[in-house]
Design a protein around this ligand. Sequence first.
Ligand SMILES: [Zn+2]
Length: 400
Amino acid sequence: MPSPERVAHIAPLAFDGERFWPDGATVLTEGASIVSVSAGQGPAPEGFEVRRHDRGTLLPGLIDTHVHLIADGRDGALGRDVHRSPEEREQVVRASLLAQARAGVTTVRDLGDNRWSVLERVSSPGEPAVVASGPPITTPGGHCAAMGGEAAGAAELAAAVDERAERGAPLVKIVVSGGAMTPGSDLLSLQYSAEDLALVVERAARHGLPVVAHAHSLDAVNLCIDTGVRGIEHCTCLTTNGVQTPPDLANRLRDRGIHIGPTFGRIPGSRPSAQAQEVTQRTGLVPAHRFVQVEKLHRQGVAVISGSDAGIHSAKPHGIVAYAVAELVGAGIATDDAIATATSVSAQACGLGSTKGRLRPGTDADLLVVDGDPRADIAALTRVGTVVVRGTTITGDAGR
Ligand SMILES: [Zn+2]
Protein backbone atom coordinates (compact mmCIF):
# COMPACT_ATOMS: atom_id res chain seq x y z
CA MET A 1 0.00 0.00 0.00
CA PRO A 2 1.37 3.47 -0.83
CA SER A 3 1.90 5.61 2.25
CA PRO A 4 -0.73 8.33 2.69
CA GLU A 5 0.01 11.81 1.50
CA ARG A 6 1.77 13.83 4.20
CA VAL A 7 1.27 17.59 4.10
CA ALA A 8 2.33 20.46 6.37
CA HIS A 9 -0.07 23.42 6.25
CA ILE A 10 1.63 26.53 7.61
CA ALA A 11 -0.20 29.82 8.18
CA PRO A 12 0.61 33.07 10.02
CA LEU A 13 -2.74 32.98 11.87
CA ALA A 14 -4.91 30.05 12.93
CA PHE A 15 -8.19 29.36 14.69
CA ASP A 16 -8.39 25.95 16.36
CA GLY A 17 -12.19 25.75 16.70
CA GLU A 18 -12.26 27.68 19.95
CA ARG A 19 -9.58 30.38 19.95
CA PHE A 20 -7.09 32.12 17.70
CA TRP A 21 -3.40 31.27 17.57
CA PRO A 22 -1.84 34.71 16.94
CA ASP A 23 1.61 33.31 16.12
CA GLY A 24 0.21 31.03 13.46
CA ALA A 25 0.20 27.26 13.32
CA THR A 26 1.73 24.30 11.56
CA VAL A 27 -0.81 21.56 10.94
CA LEU A 28 0.45 18.20 9.76
CA THR A 29 -1.89 15.87 7.93
CA GLU A 30 -1.47 12.26 6.88
CA GLY A 31 -4.08 11.10 4.43
CA ALA A 32 -7.50 11.98 5.83
CA SER A 33 -6.36 12.90 9.37
CA ILE A 34 -4.62 15.65 11.27
CA VAL A 35 -1.62 14.16 13.08
CA SER A 36 -0.06 17.23 14.68
CA VAL A 37 -0.87 20.86 15.44
CA SER A 38 1.82 23.19 16.75
CA ALA A 39 2.13 26.92 17.27
CA GLY A 40 4.34 28.96 14.98
CA GLN A 41 5.18 28.73 11.32
CA GLY A 42 7.18 25.55 10.98
CA PRO A 43 9.62 24.18 10.25
CA ALA A 44 7.88 21.10 8.90
CA PRO A 45 9.42 17.74 9.67
CA GLU A 46 11.05 15.82 6.87
CA GLY A 47 8.78 13.86 4.59
CA PHE A 48 5.96 16.41 4.58
CA GLU A 49 5.05 18.44 1.53
CA VAL A 50 4.96 22.06 2.69
CA ARG A 51 2.05 24.34 1.83
CA ARG A 52 2.50 27.89 3.08
CA HIS A 53 -0.66 29.97 3.28
CA ASP A 54 0.90 33.43 3.54
CA ARG A 55 -1.54 36.20 4.58
CA GLY A 56 -4.10 33.50 5.28
CA THR A 57 -5.92 32.22 8.33
CA LEU A 58 -6.08 28.45 8.82
CA LEU A 59 -9.23 27.05 10.40
CA PRO A 60 -11.10 23.78 10.69
CA GLY A 61 -13.54 23.38 7.78
CA LEU A 62 -16.89 24.98 8.58
CA ILE A 63 -20.00 23.05 9.56
CA ASP A 64 -23.46 24.16 8.44
CA THR A 65 -25.88 22.49 10.86
CA HIS A 66 -29.05 23.18 8.87
CA VAL A 67 -29.16 22.63 5.13
CA HIS A 68 -31.53 21.14 2.58
CA LEU A 69 -29.36 19.61 -0.12
CA ILE A 70 -32.40 18.84 -2.30
CA ALA A 71 -33.18 22.57 -2.44
CA ASP A 72 -31.53 24.40 -5.32
CA GLY A 73 -31.06 27.80 -3.67
CA ARG A 74 -33.54 29.65 -5.85
CA ASP A 75 -36.94 30.99 -4.90
CA GLY A 76 -39.53 28.23 -4.75
CA ALA A 77 -36.83 25.57 -4.24
CA LEU A 78 -38.81 23.15 -2.09
CA GLY A 79 -41.89 23.41 -4.31
CA ARG A 80 -39.78 22.52 -7.35
CA ASP A 81 -38.18 19.51 -5.68
CA VAL A 82 -41.36 17.43 -5.57
CA HIS A 83 -41.51 17.39 -9.39
CA ARG A 84 -37.98 16.02 -9.84
CA SER A 85 -36.99 12.49 -10.75
CA PRO A 86 -34.50 10.76 -8.44
CA GLU A 87 -31.75 11.42 -11.02
CA GLU A 88 -32.58 15.12 -11.25
CA ARG A 89 -32.69 15.34 -7.46
CA GLU A 90 -29.27 13.72 -7.23
CA GLN A 91 -27.88 16.39 -9.57
CA VAL A 92 -29.21 19.10 -7.28
CA VAL A 93 -27.72 17.40 -4.21
CA ARG A 94 -24.34 17.12 -5.91
CA ALA A 95 -24.38 20.79 -6.93
CA SER A 96 -25.41 21.80 -3.40
CA LEU A 97 -22.50 19.89 -1.88
CA LEU A 98 -20.05 21.39 -4.36
CA ALA A 99 -21.23 24.91 -3.51
CA GLN A 100 -20.85 24.14 0.19
CA ALA A 101 -17.33 22.76 -0.26
CA ARG A 102 -16.22 25.77 -2.33
CA ALA A 103 -17.36 28.01 0.52
CA GLY A 104 -15.19 26.10 2.98
CA VAL A 105 -17.98 23.98 4.45
CA THR A 106 -16.66 20.46 5.01
CA THR A 107 -19.60 19.06 7.00
CA VAL A 108 -23.32 19.67 6.63
CA ARG A 109 -26.30 18.49 8.65
CA ASP A 110 -29.23 17.97 6.31
CA LEU A 111 -32.47 18.49 8.24
CA GLY A 112 -34.94 17.53 5.55
CA ASP A 113 -34.59 15.53 2.35
CA ASN A 114 -37.23 13.94 0.19
CA ARG A 115 -37.93 10.28 0.89
CA TRP A 116 -34.42 9.41 2.14
CA SER A 117 -32.65 10.75 -0.95
CA VAL A 118 -29.88 12.36 1.14
CA LEU A 119 -29.82 9.98 4.11
CA GLU A 120 -29.33 6.91 1.90
CA ARG A 121 -27.07 8.54 -0.65
CA VAL A 122 -23.50 7.28 -1.14
CA SER A 123 -21.09 10.23 -1.07
CA SER A 124 -18.17 10.81 -3.41
CA PRO A 125 -14.58 11.63 -2.39
CA GLY A 126 -14.03 15.34 -1.80
CA GLU A 127 -17.64 15.98 -0.85
CA PRO A 128 -18.47 17.45 2.56
CA ALA A 129 -19.47 14.90 5.18
CA VAL A 130 -23.25 14.69 5.53
CA VAL A 131 -25.23 14.07 8.70
CA ALA A 132 -28.84 13.57 7.58
CA SER A 133 -32.20 13.25 9.29
CA GLY A 134 -34.24 12.04 6.33
CA PRO A 135 -37.67 13.63 5.91
CA PRO A 136 -38.69 15.54 9.03
CA ILE A 137 -41.58 14.04 10.95
CA THR A 138 -44.55 16.34 10.45
CA THR A 139 -48.34 16.25 10.65
CA PRO A 140 -50.39 15.26 7.58
CA GLY A 141 -50.42 18.38 5.40
CA GLY A 142 -48.16 20.16 7.92
CA HIS A 143 -44.96 22.16 7.43
CA CYS A 144 -42.61 20.31 5.04
CA ALA A 145 -45.12 17.49 4.51
CA ALA A 146 -44.07 17.28 0.84
CA MET A 147 -40.78 15.73 1.99
CA GLY A 148 -42.64 12.55 2.90
CA GLY A 149 -42.45 12.40 6.70
CA GLU A 150 -46.11 12.68 7.66
CA ALA A 151 -47.13 10.97 10.90
CA ALA A 152 -49.93 11.46 13.43
CA GLY A 153 -50.99 9.50 16.48
CA ALA A 154 -48.93 7.27 18.76
CA ALA A 155 -48.61 4.27 16.44
CA GLU A 156 -47.52 6.28 13.40
CA LEU A 157 -45.10 8.40 15.39
CA ALA A 158 -43.45 5.36 16.95
CA ALA A 159 -43.19 3.71 13.54
CA ALA A 160 -41.69 6.89 12.06
CA VAL A 161 -38.97 6.97 14.71
CA ASP A 162 -38.25 3.25 14.26
CA GLU A 163 -37.98 3.68 10.50
CA ARG A 164 -35.39 6.44 10.88
CA ALA A 165 -33.34 4.27 13.21
CA GLU A 166 -33.56 1.32 10.80
CA ARG A 167 -32.44 3.46 7.89
CA GLY A 168 -29.44 4.66 9.85
CA ALA A 169 -30.38 8.25 10.65
CA PRO A 170 -28.18 9.60 13.48
CA LEU A 171 -30.97 11.91 14.68
CA VAL A 172 -34.72 12.43 14.46
CA LYS A 173 -36.03 15.74 13.15
CA ILE A 174 -39.58 16.74 13.99
CA VAL A 175 -41.58 19.81 13.04
CA VAL A 176 -43.27 21.05 16.22
CA SER A 177 -44.65 24.39 15.02
CA GLY A 178 -45.73 25.72 11.66
CA GLY A 179 -43.10 27.16 9.33
CA ALA A 180 -42.45 30.08 7.05
CA MET A 181 -41.91 28.33 3.73
CA THR A 182 -45.06 26.21 3.58
CA PRO A 183 -48.06 28.18 2.29
CA GLY A 184 -50.90 28.18 4.81
CA SER A 185 -48.68 27.04 7.67
CA ASP A 186 -49.00 29.06 10.90
CA LEU A 187 -45.75 29.70 12.78
CA LEU A 188 -47.67 30.14 16.04
CA SER A 189 -49.50 26.85 15.79
CA LEU A 190 -48.49 23.66 17.57
CA GLN A 191 -48.36 20.63 15.30
CA TYR A 192 -47.99 18.06 18.08
CA SER A 193 -49.16 17.67 21.67
CA ALA A 194 -46.86 17.25 24.68
CA GLU A 195 -47.76 13.54 24.70
CA ASP A 196 -46.84 13.14 21.03
CA LEU A 197 -43.49 14.85 21.45
CA ALA A 198 -42.66 12.98 24.65
CA LEU A 199 -43.38 9.72 22.84
CA VAL A 200 -41.04 10.65 19.98
CA VAL A 201 -38.24 11.70 22.35
CA GLU A 202 -38.58 8.53 24.43
CA ARG A 203 -38.76 6.27 21.37
CA ALA A 204 -35.73 7.96 19.81
CA ALA A 205 -33.79 7.57 23.09
CA ARG A 206 -34.45 3.83 22.94
CA HIS A 207 -32.54 3.82 19.66
CA GLY A 208 -29.89 6.13 21.11
CA LEU A 209 -30.97 8.98 18.85
CA PRO A 210 -31.30 12.67 19.77
CA VAL A 211 -34.33 14.65 18.62
CA VAL A 212 -33.90 17.98 16.86
CA ALA A 213 -37.04 20.08 16.53
CA HIS A 214 -38.21 22.85 14.26
CA ALA A 215 -39.93 25.32 16.58
CA HIS A 216 -40.96 28.93 16.02
CA SER A 217 -43.59 29.78 18.59
CA LEU A 218 -42.78 30.23 22.25
CA ASP A 219 -45.30 27.49 23.05
CA ALA A 220 -43.44 25.12 20.74
CA VAL A 221 -40.05 26.05 22.24
CA ASN A 222 -41.38 25.49 25.77
CA LEU A 223 -42.76 22.11 24.74
CA CYS A 224 -39.39 21.13 23.29
CA ILE A 225 -37.51 22.13 26.44
CA ASP A 226 -39.93 20.25 28.70
CA THR A 227 -39.94 17.02 26.70
CA GLY A 228 -36.17 16.53 26.35
CA VAL A 229 -35.48 17.63 22.78
CA ARG A 230 -31.69 18.02 22.24
CA GLY A 231 -31.69 20.78 19.65
CA ILE A 232 -34.13 23.52 18.67
CA GLU A 233 -33.96 25.01 15.18
CA HIS A 234 -35.18 28.58 14.52
CA CYS A 235 -36.15 28.99 18.22
CA THR A 236 -37.65 32.38 17.44
CA CYS A 237 -40.02 32.26 20.45
CA LEU A 238 -42.75 34.02 18.49
CA THR A 239 -45.95 35.12 20.17
CA THR A 240 -48.81 37.29 18.99
CA ASN A 241 -46.55 40.14 20.18
CA GLY A 242 -43.62 39.15 17.99
CA VAL A 243 -40.25 37.76 19.14
CA GLN A 244 -40.05 37.22 22.91
CA THR A 245 -37.22 36.19 25.23
CA PRO A 246 -38.66 35.20 28.63
CA PRO A 247 -36.24 35.86 31.53
CA ASP A 248 -35.92 32.16 32.43
CA LEU A 249 -35.43 30.93 28.85
CA ALA A 250 -31.63 30.96 28.84
CA ASN A 251 -31.39 29.04 32.13
CA ARG A 252 -33.79 26.40 30.95
CA LEU A 253 -32.01 25.91 27.62
CA ARG A 254 -28.57 25.90 29.23
CA ASP A 255 -29.43 23.59 32.11
CA ARG A 256 -30.74 20.98 29.70
CA GLY A 257 -27.79 21.32 27.35
CA ILE A 258 -30.01 22.25 24.40
CA HIS A 259 -28.33 23.63 21.28
CA ILE A 260 -30.23 26.36 19.48
CA GLY A 261 -29.83 27.01 15.76
CA PRO A 262 -31.17 30.47 14.93
CA THR A 263 -30.85 29.81 11.16
CA PHE A 264 -29.19 33.14 10.41
CA GLY A 265 -27.23 33.74 7.22
CA ARG A 266 -28.29 35.29 3.97
CA ILE A 267 -26.51 36.86 1.03
CA PRO A 268 -25.77 40.45 2.11
CA GLY A 269 -28.00 42.96 0.37
CA SER A 270 -30.43 40.31 -0.82
CA ARG A 271 -34.03 41.29 -0.61
CA PRO A 272 -36.24 38.94 1.37
CA SER A 273 -38.67 37.10 -0.90
CA ALA A 274 -42.25 38.35 -1.06
CA GLN A 275 -43.23 35.34 1.02
CA ALA A 276 -40.62 36.12 3.69
CA GLN A 277 -41.67 39.79 3.80
CA GLU A 278 -45.27 38.77 4.22
CA VAL A 279 -44.35 36.46 7.10
CA THR A 280 -42.32 39.21 8.84
CA GLN A 281 -45.20 41.61 8.51
CA ARG A 282 -47.85 39.16 9.67
CA THR A 283 -45.94 37.63 12.60
CA GLY A 284 -43.49 40.28 13.81
CA LEU A 285 -40.57 37.97 13.02
CA VAL A 286 -38.18 40.93 12.72
CA PRO A 287 -34.52 39.98 12.08
CA ALA A 288 -33.17 42.81 14.29
CA HIS A 289 -35.17 41.48 17.24
CA ARG A 290 -33.72 38.04 16.72
CA PHE A 291 -30.13 39.32 16.69
CA VAL A 292 -30.73 40.92 20.10
CA GLN A 293 -32.38 37.72 21.35
CA VAL A 294 -29.61 35.36 20.23
CA GLU A 295 -26.79 37.60 21.52
CA LYS A 296 -28.52 37.66 24.90
CA LEU A 297 -29.02 33.89 25.02
CA HIS A 298 -25.39 33.33 24.00
CA ARG A 299 -24.18 35.76 26.68
CA GLN A 300 -26.18 33.77 29.22
CA GLY A 301 -24.42 30.54 28.26
CA VAL A 302 -26.77 28.90 25.76
CA ALA A 303 -25.00 26.81 23.10
CA VAL A 304 -25.67 28.54 19.76
CA ILE A 305 -24.88 26.76 16.49
CA SER A 306 -24.76 28.13 12.96
CA GLY A 307 -27.00 26.51 10.41
CA SER A 308 -28.26 28.60 7.56
CA ASP A 309 -31.29 26.67 6.24
CA ALA A 310 -29.27 26.68 3.03
CA GLY A 311 -30.99 26.05 -0.28
CA ILE A 312 -34.51 27.18 0.52
CA HIS A 313 -34.56 30.46 -1.47
CA SER A 314 -32.36 32.86 -3.39
CA ALA A 315 -31.13 34.75 -0.31
CA LYS A 316 -30.06 31.42 1.14
CA PRO A 317 -28.14 29.46 -1.49
CA HIS A 318 -25.70 26.75 -0.41
CA GLY A 319 -22.39 27.92 1.04
CA ILE A 320 -23.49 30.86 3.19
CA VAL A 321 -22.78 29.72 6.73
CA ALA A 322 -19.92 32.27 6.94
CA TYR A 323 -22.58 34.97 6.59
CA ALA A 324 -24.48 33.45 9.52
CA VAL A 325 -21.28 33.77 11.57
CA ALA A 326 -20.84 37.36 10.37
CA GLU A 327 -24.40 38.16 11.50
CA LEU A 328 -23.57 36.85 14.98
CA VAL A 329 -20.50 39.11 15.08
CA GLY A 330 -22.73 41.98 13.93
CA ALA A 331 -25.09 41.12 16.80
CA GLY A 332 -22.26 41.63 19.29
CA ILE A 333 -20.89 38.11 19.81
CA ALA A 334 -17.08 37.87 20.03
CA THR A 335 -15.43 36.68 16.81
CA ASP A 336 -13.91 33.52 18.31
CA ASP A 337 -17.23 32.51 19.87
CA ALA A 338 -19.06 33.26 16.61
CA ILE A 339 -16.71 31.08 14.54
CA ALA A 340 -17.00 28.34 17.16
CA THR A 341 -20.74 28.18 16.37
CA ALA A 342 -19.77 26.91 12.91
CA THR A 343 -16.85 24.69 14.04
CA SER A 344 -16.36 23.13 17.49
CA VAL A 345 -19.83 23.79 18.92
CA SER A 346 -21.52 22.64 15.71
CA ALA A 347 -19.43 19.48 15.65
CA GLN A 348 -20.55 18.65 19.16
CA ALA A 349 -24.20 19.29 18.28
CA CYS A 350 -23.88 16.92 15.32
CA GLY A 351 -22.36 14.16 17.46
CA LEU A 352 -19.00 14.66 15.73
CA GLY A 353 -17.10 16.31 18.56
CA SER A 354 -14.14 13.94 18.36
CA THR A 355 -13.58 14.07 14.58
CA LYS A 356 -14.75 17.47 13.30
CA GLY A 357 -14.70 21.17 14.08
CA ARG A 358 -11.23 21.46 15.57
CA LEU A 359 -7.60 21.60 14.57
CA ARG A 360 -6.39 18.81 16.83
CA PRO A 361 -4.42 15.58 16.35
CA GLY A 362 -6.87 12.80 15.53
CA THR A 363 -9.54 14.94 13.91
CA ASP A 364 -10.28 14.69 10.20
CA ALA A 365 -8.11 16.69 7.81
CA ASP A 366 -10.92 19.17 7.08
CA LEU A 367 -9.21 22.51 6.62
CA LEU A 368 -10.11 25.97 5.44
CA VAL A 369 -7.74 28.78 4.55
CA VAL A 370 -9.27 32.23 4.18
CA ASP A 371 -7.65 35.41 2.96
CA GLY A 372 -7.11 37.91 5.80
CA ASP A 373 -7.78 38.14 9.52
CA PRO A 374 -11.37 37.43 10.63
CA ARG A 375 -10.68 39.22 13.94
CA ALA A 376 -10.24 42.49 12.04
CA ASP A 377 -12.86 41.81 9.39
CA ILE A 378 -15.25 38.88 9.72
CA ALA A 379 -15.91 39.07 5.96
CA ALA A 380 -12.49 37.42 5.59
CA LEU A 381 -14.34 34.18 6.35
CA THR A 382 -16.05 34.45 2.96
CA ARG A 383 -12.76 34.89 1.06
CA VAL A 384 -12.04 31.22 0.70
CA GLY A 385 -8.67 30.20 -0.68
CA THR A 386 -7.93 26.55 0.01
CA VAL A 387 -10.33 23.89 1.24
CA VAL A 388 -9.23 20.42 2.29
CA VAL A 389 -11.92 17.77 2.75
CA ARG A 390 -10.60 14.70 4.59
CA GLY A 391 -7.20 15.22 3.01
CA THR A 392 -8.48 16.03 -0.51
CA THR A 393 -7.69 19.57 -1.62
CA ILE A 394 -10.32 21.47 -3.57
CA THR A 395 -10.38 25.10 -4.64
CA GLY A 396 -12.42 27.63 -2.76
CA ASP A 397 -14.68 30.35 -4.12
CA ALA A 398 -11.87 32.93 -4.17
CA GLY A 399 -9.75 30.66 -6.38
CA ARG A 400 -12.39 30.03 -9.02
ZN1 LIG B 1 -34.98 23.89 7.29
